[in-house]
Design a protein. Structure first.
Length: 152
């Protein structure tokens, strides 16, 4: 496989890895099992048990195991055609998948900020309309306080 083909596989294989890791660790569909695993990870007496129960609750941790299954399932190798290429592919897919998840988090945050700003603006508009309906003189005061942009 040529290097551009390998890079294409790397970028594409990271998509389902990121999707599955994000869904299992963040979405409502898996909330109950995730909460149970988180509680078990805190209550387990041995270190290996705590880590085993914690792994499915962390998107970074889980992405390693999903990438392992994806790379072994597809036979994808990165740069080298032996087992070392598989190891490079696993870590490469994890890295790209986590970039995708970080971008997704950023996008969701920006959407949430925009929605919150819109709600605040709507609430201010509703408040000012309510004040104007109760006090008609308030509308005149507000109109008088707006600077005249055409005068410049």
């Amino acid at each position: 496989m040529t290097l551009p083909e390998q890079l294409g596989w790397l970028l594409l294989l990271a998509v389902p890895v990121a999707c599955v890791a994000w869904t299992v660790t963040h979405e409502e569909l898996f909330r109950e099992p995730r909460e149970w695993l988180a509680a078990k990870s805190k209550a387990a007496s041995s270190w290996p048990a705590r880590k085993l129960f914690y792994m499915p609750t962390c998107e970074y941790c889980l992405s390693h195991y999903i990438a392992l299954v994806a790379v072994l399932g597809t036979g994808f190798h990165l740069l080298l055609s032996d087992w070392r290429g598989s190891v490079l592919a696993i870590f490469g897919v994890v890295w790209v998948a986590n970039i995708y998840m970080s971008a997704f988090v950023r996008l969701r945050l920006e959407i949430k900020i925009e929605r919150t700003e819109a709600e605040i603006l709507k609430a201010r508009t509703d408040d000012s309309q309510a004040i104007e309906s109760r006090h008609p003189q308030a509308a005149k005061v507000r109109v008088l306080s707006v600077p005249n942009r055409d005068a410049h």
